[in-house]
Ligand binder design. Sequence first.
Ligand code: ADP
Ligand code: MG
Length: 322
Amino acid sequence: MGEFDLIARYFRCLGPERADVALGVGDDAALLRPPRGQALVVTLDTLVEAVHFLAATTPADIGHKALAVNLSDLAAMGAEPAWFTLSITLPRVDENWIAAFAEGLRALADVHGVRLVGGDTTRGPLAVSVQAMGFVSEDAALRRDGAHVGDGVYVTGTLGDAALGLALVQGRATLPEAEARYVRARLDRPTPRVAAGRALRGLATSAIDLSDGLAGDLRHVLQAGGVGAELECERLPLSPALRAGTATDAERRRLALCGGDDYELCFTAPRSGEEAVYAACAGAAVACTRVGTIVAAPGLHLKDAQGAVFSLDCAGFEHFPR
Ligand code: ADP
Ligand code: MG
């Protein structure tokens, strides 16, 4: 099977048809119709074998994750996803692999109504880049720079599951079967919080998606806003699987604060809007927890259950070091 057959077979009709695609896959470039009055939101993320996923990761999961991490970026902007492009580098044409990859991609594209409108196909070490595009009105976009002193700091879902999933895959942690399956899915098939991002427009003062761990990602929000944050670490939302797979509070805190790849949203909002924030997340069918407060003193101030300040260096963090 040649390059053009492959594209025609697996990538020409991926995701639902959309009226705003004048010309999709097949020409030199796509012709797209962004809605009048909205900003075009564009993001791109690359997954490289052995760096962003392991050789054992299934092609369907790679397809899912390549799109999911990009939709997560759109979610963190409060954007409505619309289209995506795909650059794929393959060591060889393995039709079974490509069919499963395309299926993983398609399932998530269908859920979010996004259409594949173009891309590039090359030979080389396995790597996948997805560029996702969406819309948001410029003044409603959720940016990193809007946090104010006194705002609550919130996160969706639970934290640290993907990092525990990675530790499991790498043989550095053990879990009962059901919990193991859960954390593996959190690592391999993240759920982009698109509906929550959309619902938080007009409520959140800043937002970011969690790809590198709460401590690292929240710092970007703090720097952009010229503020600090106090985190009440006993409030960090933890899944039953994470509680089952860890022995100490210190271990749990490290996973929740330093662990990457959860693709939850972290956002700030005035405490006066807290009820509306919880209602927005409930409407988006995702849990939401206030984990701290924005303060004037720069930096991240971590407090334990007794209110004592502690420090934690995520740099060089290894989940469950041997
Ligand atoms: P060109 O050489 O003019 O850049 P290509 O031969 O690379 O065009 O691609 C032909 C068409 O197929 C284009 O519309 C391109 O966007 C699309 N395409 C190529 N690879 C992919 C892919 N992996 N996924 C989606 N569309 C693709
Ligand atoms: Mg061309």
